[in-house]
Unconditional design. Structure first.
Length: 210
């Protein structure tokens, strides 16, 4: 399974950085997880990465830097997966262009793809992917607390890797238990985390295969 970051605060040459996060996952199903802030940046980075359309768009939470690019790519998918707590107006607008799948509790979205369900005050969902190396947890911002998200994700089995925004998470010793850790976007202690042996930098244009 191939994970390509197509939106992040930092970017490789040829890609454009922007505040927010989006990752394209290619396996049995093609998934775009979050859509960043600036849809034009997202489209540029997708084209640079060779990303066209996808089976699902999964939105982690209703913050502008994770959903604002949706209008630029919604015509490339059939399904948009959102937390149940998304505003009724937003869900209604999304439903004009794609089928809306609402998630409240932990559930299977598609074959090999799961959601933690809504967690925390921000009602954020994270995604879990079954790969050849084990489960990979993908977070948007991890506002509910990375430790709480990991605990929920472990209900699906052992985690091989975690990737995404870790926000204000500071119990970084916990990260040593994973084979691979990829901090992105809003990770507050990113520079410290990057010094760990099992950590790789994740920026727009980065590709990881599991």
């Amino acid at each position: 399974m191939k994970f390509t970051i197509v939106y992040d605060n930092e970017a490789l040459e040829g890609y454009i950085p922007g505040w927010g996060f989006s990752c394209y996952i290619e396996g049995k199903n093609r998934v775009l997880f979050d859509t960043g802030w600036d849809g034009n940046i997202l489209l540029h980075n997708m084209e640079t990465a060779g990303v066209d359309d996808f089976d699902y768009i999964i939105l982690s939470h209703q913050h502008w830097d994770h959903i604002s690019g949706l209008n630029h790519v919604i015509d490339r998918t059939s399904y948009v997966v959102v937390p149940y707590s998304f505003s009724s107006n937003l869900k209604r607008e999304i439903a004009r262009k794609a089928e809306v799948i609402e998630v409240k509790d932990a559930t299977m979205i598609a074959d090999g793809i799961h959601s933690t369900g809504e967690l925390g005050r921000e009602r954020e969902q994270s995604a879990i992917f079954e790969t050849s190396k084990g489960l990979v947890l993908l977070t948007g911002c991890a506002h509910p607390g990375l430790d709480k998200i990991v605990m929920k994700a472990k209900e699906f089995g052992g985690l091989f890797a975690i990737m995404g925004g870790f926000h204000d998470f500071d119990n970084i010793e916990v990260l040593s238990e994973f084979n691979l850790v990829i901090p992105c976007h809003c990770t507050a202690r990113k520079q410290e985390i990057l010094k760990m042996k099992n950590v790789k930098r994740g920026v727009a244009g980065s590709v990881f295969e599991f």
